[in-house]
Ligand binder design. Structure first.
Ligand SMILES: *[C@@H]1O[C@H](CO)[C@@H](O)[C@H](O)[C@H]1NC(C)=O
Ligand SMILES: *[C@@H]1O[C@H](CO)[C@@H](O)[C@H](O)[C@H]1NC(C)=O
Ligand SMILES: *[C@@H]1O[C@H](CO)[C@@H](O)[C@H](O)[C@H]1NC(C)=O
Ligand SMILES: *[C@@H]1O[C@H](CO)[C@@H](O)[C@H](O)[C@H]1NC(C)=O
Ligand SMILES: *[C@@H]1O[C@H](CO)[C@@H](O)[C@H](O)[C@H]1NC(C)=O
Length: 567
């Protein structure tokens, strides 16, 4: 009797799950990321919302088209694609859709499309069912912040789906999103009075405000005029942008603008924007103040991403791009001051997100991301370097975004801020626009720091801007620092250039990097040549003449950028 029961059990499981030999490990991770501990198996009846990323038809074709439309001098320069054009490159083939759908229905599941091109599907299941479907061990991982995440360290898919399915999420990629702004910062390094011959504008002494940036970078204070020119500001991890703080900021630091200037609000995945002043976020306040306060009169939208999908964070990063890609007219500039350590994502997910950024670039959106605030140790200093190897950050490591590092003023020049994250990707190769700039830097570096960084990877940041400013936060004026300051400042410069381009009947800038690394681009930036970003028991990289992995190509010179664009 006993034997029969066992046999029945075996037969049942053989029918319900595919044979082990037909299942191939699709993604795995050897270690839990820093800060997480494994608490044990996730409750089997716990609901999971999983996403499937289907293989895209012609992503290489999209990359080529993107480079052509973004490289000055190319025949298609500035010819951005429509939503339908992008869809043609990235929609999965019908055989892939059919294979995924029939596999889902064999397993009693049905999925909904999560992206305009149909390359993402989502479905809900339980931990028990997901463990069986993917030969996974979904477990509860506790982060030192108290946040829990349900993840598995490995999963498998049927061999027949290998060429149709890029990845399943959330599985082996962990939440690690950090805002790039320390709330309380050290006093500004520049406190001495300006000597009369100091090239640093007097408005930059005591504290840094939009007036200083206007003088330092030549950013015009004349209001922008094009209503169709949009600047999007990303809000993640329950950071709320406060309208009263923004008004106080404008009244004090931009008295020439209407204090009524404010942002539009867009919610994704149930994202909120509480206006209770004690719930204002320093990051969100900084991001709206240094866009609305610098990109005078450019329409700004604050996009708050909630955690309705699974556990926010990475899901939020996916949902915000899919949301923007679904729009007929996505914003021409998106400023994002959040980053995570590259290794906390799987290589497949990092590539998938990077390809989504390439799609937005092809639509004509310039994507600016802060490089991080931990020097060579990653997004934050508390991130540990394994075996003293440097920790690259994402999305900065993606070649299709513009990564922004930080500088500071030390009389008589602008130098690298020591927290400015920079380095080389372990996932993405050097893009062609960067080959020469990177080689020149590595030749100078020689053997020093050898083995601590990946010499074949994409180098970041691409550019930089001041990383210490004054904001209004929860009703009070205060100092903040971080590449979070630099990112909205650089984004504002691009938005003001776009305003003029659009007024002149020209295309907005879109994906910036091939232009920035061109001869005209390099000439329109101030090269930062001193300072370093210590970490992992080293002094980190040093800023040198030319591109370097701490300040990139340098900081903006508005008039030269405008004239390089024929404005
Ligand atoms: C700001 O809005 C208020 C209320 O609508 C209005 O009375 C005031 O004139 C506006 N201020 C400016 C400078 O536009
Ligand atoms: C504002 O937020 C604080 C902190 O979350 C809370 O204690 C307070 O009750 C809130 N005030 C109102 C009016 O909701
Ligand atoms: C970076 O510079 C600040 C201010 O000059 C200093 O307090 C801090 O210790 C430096 N950080 C590192 C990692 O050297
Ligand atoms: C170094 O970067 C390349 C991408 O350029 C990547 O393929 C390789 O796996 C990386 N090596 C290590 C050890 O991470
Ligand atoms: C900001 O920094 C300046 C310059 O060091 C200092 O005078 C001021 O007290 C600081 N303000 C705050 C609110 O910390």
């Amino acid at each position: 009797m006993k034997i029969t029961l066992v046999m029945i059990a075996l037969l049942t499981s053989a029918c319900a799950t595919p044979h082990t030999r037909d299942m191939l490990v699709h993604e795995r991770r050897d270690n839990v990321p820093h800060g997480y501990t494994h608490k044990g198996p996730a409750p089997s009846d716990q609901k999971l919302r999983l996403r499937l990323a289907l293989t895209q038809t012609d992503i290489a074709g999209l990359h080529s088209a993107l480079y052509a439309m973004s490289t000055p001098g190319s025949a298609t320069y500035g010819q951005h694609l429509s939503k339908d054009d992008v869809t043609k490159y990235v929609a999965p083939k019908s055989e892939s859709v059919d294979a995924i759908k029939s596999w889902l229905s064999e397993n009693g599941l049905s999925a909904t499309t999560l992206s305009p091109a149909g390359d993402w599907y989502g479905f809900e299941t339980t931990v028990a069912k997901a463990n069986e479907l993917f030969h996974a061990e979904f477990s509860t991982f506790l982060h030192e912040s108290g946040q829990e995440a349900i993840r598995t360290l490995s999963y498998s898919i049927p061999a027949s789906l290998e060429r149709h399915l890029d990845l399943v999420h959330p599985t082996v990629s962990f939440p690690d999103q950090r805002s790039n702004v320390p709330v309380v910062s050290a006093p500004l390094p520049l406190s001495a009075r300006a000597p009369s011959n100091d090239p640093i504008p007097a408005s930059c002494y005591q504290y840094l405000t939009p007036t200083c940036l206007q003088e330092l970078y030549g950013i015009p204070s004349t209001p922008a005029i094009q209503d169709e020119n949009q600047l999007g500001v990303t809000g993640l991890i329950q950071e709320y942008a406060n309208r009263a703080d923004l008004r106080s900021f404008l009244e004090k630091f931009r008295p020439d603008l209407s204090p009524n200037n404010t942002f539009s609000f867009q919610s994704i995945d149930g994202g909120e924007n509480s206006q209770n002043i004690s719930e204002a976020g320093a990051e969100a306040d900084l991001d709206v103040q240094y866009t609305i306060g610098v990109a005078s009169d450019v329409p700004v939208t604050f996009i708050s991403v909630g955690s309705d999908f699974q556990d926010g964070d990475l899901d939020g990063s996916l949902d915000i791009v899919n949301f923007l890609l679904s729009q007929d007219n996505p914003p021409q500039v998106l400023s994002t001051s959040y980053a995570q350590d590259e290794y906390t994502l799987s290589r497949r997910l990092a590539e998938k997100l990077c390809n989504a950024y390439a799609q937005l670039g092809a639509r004509g959106t310039s994507l600016l991301f802060g490089s991080g605030d931990g020097g060579v140790t990653g997004t934050q200093y508390q991130n540990k370097c394994k075996a003293d190897k440097f920790v690259p950050t994402f999305p900065s490591s993606c070649p299709f975004v513009t990564s922004v590092g930080a500088s500071e003023l030390i009389s008589p020049t602008e130098v690298a801020a020591n927290f400015s994250s920079g380095g080389f990707s372990n996932y993405f190769d050097t893009p062609s626009y960067q080959t020469d700039a990177k080689k020149t830097y590595l030749d100078k570096l020689g053997k020093s720091l050898k083995g601590k960084y990946n010499a074949t990877g994409r180098g970041y940041p691409d550019v930089s801007a001041i990383g210490y400013v004054q904001i209004f936060f929860q009703g009070e004026q205060g100092n903040v620092s971080g590449t979070s300051c630099s990112t909205p400042i650089f984004a504002s410069v691009i938005s003001l250039l776009n305003d003029r381009l659009i007024a002149g009947g020209k295309s907005p800038l879109g994906f910036l990097n091939p232009l920035l690394y061109s001869e005209a681009g390099v000439a329109a930036l101030t090269d930062i040549t001193s300072g370093n970003n210590p970490g992992c028991k080293t002094n980190g990289f040093s800023a040198v003449a030319g591109w370097d992995p701490i300040t990139g190509l340098g900081t903006p010179i508005f008039s030269k950028m405008a004239s390089a664009l024929g404005l």
